[in-house]
Design a protein around this ligand. Sequence first.
Ligand SMILES: Nc1ncnc2c1ncn2[C@@H]1O[C@H](COP(=O)(O)OP(=O)(O)OP(=O)(O)O)[C@@H](O)[C@H]1O
Length: 715
Amino acid sequence: MPPPTPIPIPLFASTQLNLLLEEHAAEVSSSKLASTAASVSPATRRTLQATGYALTGLILSQCRTGLGGRVVGEFAPDPAVASEESRSADGTPRLGSHGIRVGDVVRVSDVAGAGKKVGGKDKEKEKEKDAEKGVEGVVTRTGDRAVWIAFGRQGGGTSKEDDEAVEELWGKKVWAIKLANDVTYRRMRQTMEKMVKMTESDHSHFMRVAFGHTTPLQLDTEACGPVEFLDPTLNDSQKDAIRFALASRDIALIHGPPGTGKTHTLIELILQLVQRKKRVLVCGPSNVSVDNIVERLAPKKVPVVRIGHPARLLPSVLEHSLEVLTQTSDAGGIVKDIRKEIDEKQASIRKTRSGRERRGIYDDLKLLRKEFRERESKCVDNLVRESSVVLATLHGAGGHQLKNQKFDVVIIDEASQALEAQCWISLLGAEKVVLAGDHLQLPPTVKSTGQKSKDKPSKGSDEKTETETETLKGVSLERTLFDRLLALHGPGIKRMLTTQYRMHEKIMRFPSDELYEGKLIAGDAVKARLLIDLPYEVEGTDDTQEPLVFWDTQGGDFPEKAEDEISKKGALLGDSKSNEMEALVVARHVNNLIDAGVRPDNIAVITPYNGQLALLSRMLREKYPGLELGSVDGFQGREKEAVVVSLVRSNEEHEVGFLGEKRRLNVAMTRPKRHLCICGDSETISHGSSFLKHWMDFLEENADLRYPDAGDLLG
Ligand SMILES: Nc1ncnc2c1ncn2[C@@H]1O[C@H](COP(=O)(O)OP(=O)(O)OP(=O)(O)O)[C@@H](O)[C@H]1O
């Protein structure tokens, strides 16, 4: 492998900053949430509620100190405005349907915009200003009769300003609007800004490797000693990947194709590292990816701590959450008493009429909170320091709790699903890094159009020299760190997991041969599993005894149609495609599976086009509520016993649009365990690319090939 071309770190970071700016702008304008002002008309508020963005007609019914010393407000429907229909049998008003979910960031404000008493002509202006202010929080619980919102800083505690703002809400009619959560962007931006400013002497060895200023060090097999595996079920490729990651001194990639047990492997790796007295930081791009590891690690009795807002964590991992530990652990004792005192003070505010007394209580609260924060931060520091394994989302790793913490190894799971800038939040101080992922599945979704071309570094590229532009080739938001490192240092820095525990051998064959160098092996337990072998009664039919079916719609009787894609709010999102005749083929296949006894919740129908998804939903959702219908992109990371894929494209021009993206098709064809049914026009699709041509040839030779009859379907 020729030596890599070094990328100047500040140049890389400034390019990323530009790209992030564009992306954030694209995201904000598509959601329009951040720009929605609080002082809006009642009709707009109702529309926002109907489209899932707001909850209106609320009153603050209770307040208490919740996790991390935050004020948690309970918001119930205002009895004065609740209609008869929206009340339960005993007359209590109910919330009705809304789209506010646990973990959402919301702003709660007074619907009238009434704040402090002001008079004269400034009154209106003042009102507007106060209403716009509101107070931000995170939804911690939603119920039939109330929603609970925690106010205050990420990491715990509520400031005096928050206290007062929440107090202002008592007795008012209020509403809550969902806000765009831009913590991730802020942290990515801060990290890139830091990287721009770093001088060469600030760069760690790992950073120098990551940008091609040096090559990875030789493996150190001696230092890691002989490996005695704790999990007897590990297969050889998993063991090999673990040995490699233990011996690596700076970078190790674990390449996990679909169903090959990436997380399974990471759990053993973490345990091996802890045995060797290493401190490990484990991150992932989403809360679910991190919680998945906490859940599997917790029974192993290793001291773990999970950082992140408790409202966003799975209930099963809450006991390991840093904020919960600050209350339940021995170390947490020192913050308990003061919490009680804060609660009592808080309650006394409402009993006080005199403004002077109130101000006095606020001042006391301020002091108490300061003391609380000091004690809590000591307690947090101790808890984190004593944990061998700390887990957080990538952006969570940028929080104050980890500011002065050193780790021997940073592990990132689902690294090919994370933006590179996001990874760097956790990597600036890292010495050794393990990334697990699969660069042959879809990268994170990028909205801004400038990102798509890999050869176009950024908007500001015209200011760069030709050499710089050349060096930055291949740097885009869409390109992940995993992918870039592999291209930079070659396959020597990775180990691939090769036994997959999901798909029937025949379903696995094509992706294995075409994308994974023919290296995938189907585990014994899965390689011959059919729908007929499901652990409940399934009739033996042509479908339930066949793992791979191809309904070939070639011939022109199943044409695609262009469709306008409409968002929930009625805005035009762009055009999509649908194919009504093909949808009938899909529906018939689903009917046949269900008639044979396959449970609807064991079946998924997926398609790359939203237009087709809408059409299929209209046809099938009501009939089979358990059936899962989704987009291919949204189904990444998931699996089902049977998967029906609707490819949609069928046109004389042989245009295939985003079916041209191998990684999307890879995701589509690797979701099923026992049965994969493809519906599509082989004539159109085989003209799309050599990959698509090979696929169509493969299906023709290996699948149970069927030709639908348009007349029969319509009749
Ligand atoms: N060595 C093994 N022996 C038997 N089963 C295994 C082994 N390794 C993993 N599995 C099984 O394979 C499945 C996938 O494992 P895991 O969830 O760790 O995979 P993953 O690679 O993280 O998932 P995905 O491929 O969907 O990203 C699980 O059901 C797991 O129990």
